[in-house]
Design a protein around this ligand. Structure first.
Ligand code: NAD
Length: 261
């Protein structure tokens, strides 16, 4: 599907990853400029380079979304360059420990997952919302997960963090519905990205878990999603075609949870 995003600015966090990279491609293919944010600026720059985006269309910014000063500085840099923010996709996140029961789950690991996935998503919305409110328009998409909807084993912090992201999406949608700003979430099943490949590796190392792949339940479609399949939904949710969609959580799991939920 094609959109006309001429003159629009999309901010995508985690832009060094493949899912966010696919969103940057989809936004810019449809005429938007993009701010590519990542704690690894080199990876964000690689995404821009791979997509052939020069400095006229793209701004790569190093940001740690869990650090408020870093987020404030990034939003200022985006405003200095583009002067507006139309779309915010909060894609940056970490998986944390994936194969630990709660009683042995690393406390430091849990704090880090909460800091990046929950606080980071909160801080990005906190500092971008005033820009969108002044414009009286904007759309936000947050990355939840099926992990935030079901209680999978071995990932208490990640699951809780994604449940919080889905909940914050509703809070922000409710607060801003009359201000021209919509906020929605996407909850993927397995998506073929660096994170997915790392988790399969962790499963493979887990005691008594068999091979990594044996523990990956992809659902009735029988494969993982490709990053662009998430980008297609995210960009639709940002577009005017989704003008009546607000506060929702889009389950994009290829049917994974049909036989689990
Ligand atoms: N891959 C999956 O199967 C899957 C499934 C459900 C949900 N998700 C969610 O989708 C999102 C994207 O996942 P992915 O698979 O592309 O992950 P990924 O690990 O491949 O990419 C994540 C990107 O976020 C960046 N990042 C990490 N911490 C950051 C920080 N503090 N500040 C700024 N950037 C930071 C990383 O450098 C990386 O480039 C995540 O929120 C993830 O939880 C992924």
């Amino acid at each position: 599907m094609m959109y006309d995003f001429t003159g629009k600015v999309a901010v995508v966090t985690g832009a060094g990853g493949e899912m966010a990279g696919a969103m940057v491609k989809k936004f810019t293919d449809n005429g938007a400029c993009a701010a590519l944010l990542d704690i690894r600026e080199d990876l964000a720059q690689k995404t821009a380079d791979d997509l052939g985006l020069g400095a006229d269309r793209a701004l790569c910014v190093k940001v740690d979304i869990s650090d408020e000063d870093s987020v404030k500085a990034a939003v200022q840099q985006i405003m200095d360059k583009f002067g507006r923010i139309d779309f915010l996709c909060n894609v940056a996140g970490i998986e944390g420990p994936n194969d630990s029961r709660t009683e042995v789950y690393s406390t430091e690991g849990a704090k880090k997952v909460f800091a990046i996935n929950i606080l980071g998503t909160f801080l990005m919305m906190k500092h971008v919302l005033p820009v969108m409110q002044a414009q009286k328009s904007g759309a936000i998409v947050n990355l939840g997960s099926v992990s935030g909807m079901y209680g999978y084993e071995g990932e208490i912090a990640y699951g809780a963090s994604k449940a919080a992201v889905i909940q914050m999406t509703k809070n922000v949608a409710n607060e801003n519905a009359k201000l021209g700003i919509r906020c929605n979430a996407i909850s993927p099943g397995w998506v073929n990205t660096g994170m997915f490949r790392r988790i399969v590796g962790q499963y493979a190392e887990g005691e008594g878990r068999g091979s990594g792949w044996d523990n990956v339940h992809v659902g009735n479609i029988g494969r993982t999603a490709e990053p662009m399949e998430m980008a297609n939904v995210a960009v639709f949710l940002c577009s005017d075609d989704a003008s009546f969609v607000n506060g929702s959580n889009w389950l994009c799991d290829g049917g994974k949870t049909l036989d689990q939920g």
